[in-house]
Design a binder for this molecule. Structure first.
Ligand code: G6P
Length: 364
């Protein structure tokens, strides 16, 4: 198929820039202001069934897995249901305990990833309820699940995922809100999250306006031998996805760590040639994150912070608008997509078709 690149140098750039509209589409028709919740008709899960869920397990590969990790945190925060994400490839090979009270969620942009589909099929064989969070309508994962949420992001052509990553996180926020509102999430909190969701498209636009500055920072990253990405709790999956993106498109080695684990090993790697990208939201962990930045700086590490306000210890801060704390990961990820893109450009990489990678891995 021939897709229109719309005046952009690469599909990756086009897809990053399309995110305000893509997020608008995943929200469209789903917000229910009257009951401070969302309507997700495709879930095929009534209130009684939704209440009976005791655990949520999210499965996906690559960026879908990292988006799933963001979603699992949102589900725990908003619905207070134990939730986690696991690579579908690992899950299917370890003879998992399949539990009838667990809601399984398969996340896949293409809906054709072999490992994710195999996990879905194994779960269905064992009688589990499986939902799909999928972009491609009518794809295998969409067909073989009990229900789900479509991303409506439009076609994603670049091998690496950007707008579908963001839309997956938003779709899982919708699921979290829905599960929360049939349980203990208050009307007031439901309204707060809905207002936050509505602000996302405009705020993503504000991040995209900072592209020029981010491109300058990328020039520095392009010279790095390796880069460390750190974040705590909400910031950690954001750091993981950002490291993945940088590796995929620029081939600069990157490693993501929970900021709290740095002192248990990777601090040994910190030196001026190994910069750290730190995800630092203004949440209850801000002081702890600041202490980590001090430790890195004290060892000669250069820091680029992605934060809600300027971090004095960092050489540079990309300031991202605040949303609601539960939704902040969605916005914190956006400048890091631009950072990976511009690092790849600075190194002359083939950003839309990185070596050794495929858009969807449909074989074992
Ligand atoms: C491949 C792509 C990744 C993608 C992953 C999952 O590895 O290179 O960018 O995140 O597959 O793809 P899916 O279509 O299942 O989301």
């Amino acid at each position: 198929e021939n897709y229109d690149i719309g005046g952009h140098a690469h599909f990756m750039h086009k897809e990053i820039c399309e995110q305000p509209e893509a997020v608008d589409r995943v929200l469209r028709g789903r917000i229910d202001d009257r009951f401070a919740t969302v309507r997700l008709g495709g879930l095929n899960l009534d209130a009684r069934e939704a209440r009976a869920v005791r655990r949520v397990k999210i499965l996906g590969c690559g960026s879908a897995y990292y988006a799933g990790q963001i979603g699992a945190q949102m589900i725990e925060e908003l619905a207070r249901i134990p939730a986690d994400a696991e690579p579908a490839s690992e899950f299917r090979h370890r003879n998992p305990v399949v539990d009838p009270d667990t809601l399984y969620v398969a996340v896949s942009q293409s809906g054709e990833t072999y490992d994710t589909l195999a996990a879905v099929q194994e779960l269905r064989r064992k009688g589990a309820r499986v939902l799909g969070v999928v972009n491609v309508v009518g794809s295998a994962v969409a067909r073989e699940t009990d229900g789900g949420i479509y991303l409506h992001a439009g076609p994603e052509v670049c091998v690496v995922s950007t707008k579908c990553f963001t839309n997956t996180a938003v779709a899982l926020a919708l699921l979290a809100l829905h599960l929360g509102r049939v349980r203990d999430l208050s009307v007031a909190d439901g309204r707060r999250i809905l207002a936050g969701l509505r602000r996302l498209p405009e705020q993503i636009g504000q991040v995209l306006e900072q592209e020029e500055g981010i491109a300058e920072l990328a020039a520095g990253l392009a010279r790095a031998r390796s880069a460390m990405f750190v974040g705590r709790v909400r910031g950690y999956p954001v750091a993981r996805e950002a490291a993945q993106k940088l590796k995929e498109v620029s081939y600069v080695h990157a490693e993501a760590y929970p900021a709290s684990e740095l002192k248990h090993g990777p601090l040994a790697l910190i030196e001026p040639e190994v910069p750290t990208v730190a995800v630092v939201p203004d949440d209850e962990l801000l002081d702890k994150n600041r202490a980590t930045l001090e430790e890195i700086a004290a060892r000669g590490g250069r820091i680029l912070a992605v934060a809600h306000r300027v971090q004095e210890t960092a050489e540079h801060t990309v300031v991202v608008p605040r949303n609601e704390p539960e939704l902040d990961p969605v916005l914190l990820g956006v400048p890091l997509q631009l950072l990976a893109y511009h690092t790849a450009l600075a190194l002359g990489r083939d950003v839309d078709r990185p070596r050794n990678l495929a858009k969807s891995v449909t074989v074992e």
